[in-house]
Design a binder for this molecule. Structure first.
Ligand code: ADP
Length: 454
């Protein structure tokens, strides 16, 4: 009984640290709204608000066959997307594995491999496509690029374990186009897109009332539809002010410059200092799947150091950084048994540790605190866009994707609750929905929209 009480005391302390009150969230939303605007007015801001050159929104009546190439972290995916109109589509896809060597090989070889995969795909699925009758392709390339046009993008730096030489600082569109020519692949590269933008456009295709898309996976980011006239930094580009363009916010960087707005705990600071990019992505590091498990592990390590748990047991397995995946938090929260058998299993199987019921109840409560904070912070970003664009009264739909959104128990409900906490009853007018496959379907729709505009 004594242990139980002390675990409850610990829990009180962490509850205070990880809880975001409505008042605190409102302050974050105010700052967020200002930050978004700054990024729209000037180049080179902390939250860069990249114009994607995807103009307008799909109507849902786009038709035709388009190809999409998605270069993810592990796979290369070629998709044939048949847009049927009436907000409907069909998709056929093939995945090709990318080896670790290919990710480090010269860029020319990497893009040559992409070209060969597409060529093979066309041979199998699209016998009518020839040099005289090429098919339009959208390329989902979700690495930070500076774009001056839709089919162009200078790779700023590789992420997600890629390191292919001779790509950083170069136009990826141009490199890929050369590979396509070398291999005589009958496609026209129409667009280079980022997965967040893809999710926005794909969600708009099936649900035209969608204005915002968020990705909550390994990282976190958002895109939304903005009016050209509200984007000061595009003033002299000769664009029509009444037109709209998708903005890739890259909002994971929020508050990385000032460190004034996010209530970062010492665990958040530890993660930042020990990350490969200290000082960057402050917002993302409090929210995304890559970090939530690590935040949990750091708290447990602190309790071990204080002698509050696992006395006399060997905790070395838990001492390895990033040894506790965010998926474990999901499992702990959804443990249906009174004894918390799933949590017993996780600790004994993966870390060789025995737990008491009081400890397990604490772990579940801690997972809840960390997961809830992540959802509430994500909601702050959404609320900032909603307020900035004045969507509160009419309401709007938000496309959302990523494993955290899709798999973490209660994540969508927590976002909705937070939107009500911060925006009042009208927050109920903002609804999130599972987004359509942005890197496949979204890419193809953007290719179709681009072709129509030309
Ligand atoms: P990406 O953003 O790279 O496309 P995903 O959307 O698949 O990736 O998200 C991967 C992240 O989700 C990883 O950080 C992983 O730790 C986390 N994750 C995996 N499974 C779960 C789960 N069941 N619940 C919560 N997070 C998970």
């Amino acid at each position: 009984h004594a242990t139980k009480k002390s675990m409850e005391d610990h829990l009180d302390k962490y509850t205070k640290l990880f809880t975001l009150t409505a008042q605190r969230m409102r302050m974050i939303v105010d700052a967020f709204e200002e930050t978004l605007d700054k990024g729209l007015q000037e180049w080179g801001q902390c939250v860069p608000m990249f114009p994607t050159w995807v103009f307008g929104s799909p109507t849902g009546s786009e038709k035709g066959d388009y190809l999409a190439l998605d270069m993810g972290g592990t796979n290369l995916r070629v998709c044939l997307v048949s847009l049927l109109g009436g907000c409907k589509f069909e998709i056929t896809q093939t995945k090709y594995r990318l080896t670790e060597e290919q990710k480090q090989e010269d860029g020319e070889k990497l893009f040559d491999f992409c070209a060969e995969c597409i060529k093979e795909f066309i041979k199998v699925h699209l016998p009518d496509v020839t040099a005289e009758n090429p098919i339009v392709l959208g390329f989902t390339f979700s690495y930070p690029c500076l774009q001056e046009r839709i089919d162009h993008g200078i790779l700023i730096r590789w992420t997600k374990g890629f390191g292919a030489p001779n790509v950083e600082g170069h136009d990826v569109g141009e490199l890929f186009r050369k590979s396509l020519e070398r291999h005589q692949v009958p496609v026209v590269l129409a667009a280079l897109i980022n997965d967040t933008t893809g999710a926005l456009i794909a969600s708009q295709y099936v649900r035209p009332t969608t204005k915002i898309a968020v990705i909550l996976g390994t990282g976190c980011n958002a895109a939304y539809t903005e009016e050209i006239k509200c984007i000061g930094k595009l003033k002299d580009k000769g664009l029509n002010g009444d037109d709209v363009v998708a903005i890739n916010c890259e909002w994971g960087a929020f508050d990385s410059d000032l460190h004034q707005h996010l209530p970062r705990t010492k665990y958040d600071l530890h993660i930042d200092e020990h990350s490969n990019k200290p000082g960057e992505q402050a917002f993302e590091k409090m929210i995304s799947g890559r970090y939530l498990g690590e935040i949990f592990r750091l708290v447990v390590m602190e309790l071990i150091d204080e002698g509050a748990m696992f006395l006399g047991q060997n905790t070395y397995k838990l001492e390895t950084a990033y040894s506790l995946d965010t998926a474990f938090l999901s499992l702990m929260e959804s443990d249906p048994t009174d004894e918390l058998l799933t949590i017993i299993g996780i600790f004994s199987h993966f870390y060789g540790l025995e737990t008491t019921l009081a400890e397990r109840q604490f772990f579940r409560a801690l997972a809840r605190l960390i997961g809830r904070r992540a959802a509430r912070l994500s909601a702050c970003g959404i609320a900032a866009i909603v307020r900035k664009k004045g969507y509160l009264e009419k309401g709007c739909d938000v496309g959302a994707d990523g494993t955290l959104y899709n798999k973490y128990p209660g994540f969508p409900q927590r976002i909705h609750q937070a939107l009500v906490d911060v925006l009042g009853e009208q927050g109920k007018n903002i609804k999130t929905h599972h987004a359509e496959d942005g890197s496949g379907v979204g890419s193809a729709i953007i290719a179709a929209m681009t072709k129509a505009r030309k």
